[in-house]
Design a protein around this ligand. Sequence first.
Ligand code: ADP
Ligand code: MG
Length: 430
Amino acid sequence: MSDAINNDDNAITPQGDAAASSGSVAVGGNVGGNIIVGDHNTIVNQYSTRESFLHQLPTPPHDFTGREQELTELREAVRSGNVMISALHGQGGVGKTALALKLADELKEKYPDAQFYLNLKGMSDRPTTPIEAMSHVIRSYNPTRKLPDSENELSAIYRSILHNKKVLLLLDNARDRAQVELLIPSSKDCLAIITSRNHFALAGMKSSNVDILSVDDARKLLITICPRLSVGTRHDASLPDEISNLCGYLPLALRAAASLLLITPDIDPETYITQLRDERTRLEKIGAEGVNISVEASLTLSYNQLSDDAKRAFSSLSVFPADFDAQAEEVICEDDGYKQLSELVKRSLVNYSQERMRYWLHDLARILAKRKSGRIDELIIIRRNHAFFYANTYTKLKIFSKSKNSIERFVSLELLLIFGLVPLRFCSRC
Ligand SMILES: Nc1ncnc2c1ncn2[C@@H]1O[C@H](COP(=O)(O)OP(=O)(O)O)[C@@H](O)[C@H]1O
Ligand SMILES: [Mg+2]
């Protein structure tokens, strides 16, 4: 049994047990060293994981490429305060989060008291509220503290917790100004790095726009992931350059293309280029919605190569609103030995953090997974598996006897969720 159990609805972090402190209401008190934090669904072992709550930064991609100029500008900008990394043309998959992680990784020593990662889910149907985000930070210090409902009172606690501390906050995927305003620390000893697909102004905040990768960096990234692309049949750079171009120089699309070519050595890059071009033409005809055509074409080619079982697993993953572990996926997606999940990771359709042993989908991959969802009865089964998996885990921890009302409420709400009668968000306020 893991220390942290998270049904992923309320996870603020993208990866990991740090997510265990998310949520807004302590419902169960202390049960044998486990504290039930937030809602009905997050259980943390106070003794073994508490320290890690304060150092939540995921590591940047190990093959992080380019962005020298952006990093130089950002290093300069942080000297005078908080920074925002947004995307030119509002693009997803361009590398905002990766750049923010790289910067945060470089700077973390200067903020030794804590480094928080909060996924504000600005592009989702249910963005994280300022109350949830502040609660997450406060609970990272004090998991059992009873918190007020009022935003103003909570904000006062939040500010006093950060007072006199050197803390770095990475606020990823912000939706708008209203979502982040209260979260920006006033102290000069703290630093907020914000990423957003939208542009919005905040007083005193320096902004940096991330564009697609340069031709050289895109080629470098492709070859780093799939070295055989450097010795293509054409014996020059035109092969990776053509793939980069068809991928729109977007790192998300490039990573999927290179990963597929790496693990399927029998696919000739020339053939892949033809398929990618055809897929783009097809998408242009039908008109892709919500996902950039370059990203969609690249991810779709990887999806098309999957076995039926892996396709089913991929579409099932849209049931997880945030990160998850292999044990949950195995049961919920009926994926024995999480074999299909591993296949998806190899193709970069799913991300994996080895340190934290957690998986997650990029927002755009999640949109595709939802779109590929199969029949309604299959979906209901997956949602039911999801609900019962967490209900079961909860029961196993013998919480039933201690907080009967909570578990009853939990199970009945999850049952309602199966049939889509209440939005997921509703549960956390009960
Ligand atoms: N500079 C980079 N070098 C290597 N990989 C990158 C780079 N930028 C982004 N990626 C990869 O591309 C994918 C999408 O990047 P991400 O930062 O999540 O995009 P965004 O936040 O703009 O949607 C991730 O798999 C990430 O690891
Ligand atoms: Mg991002």
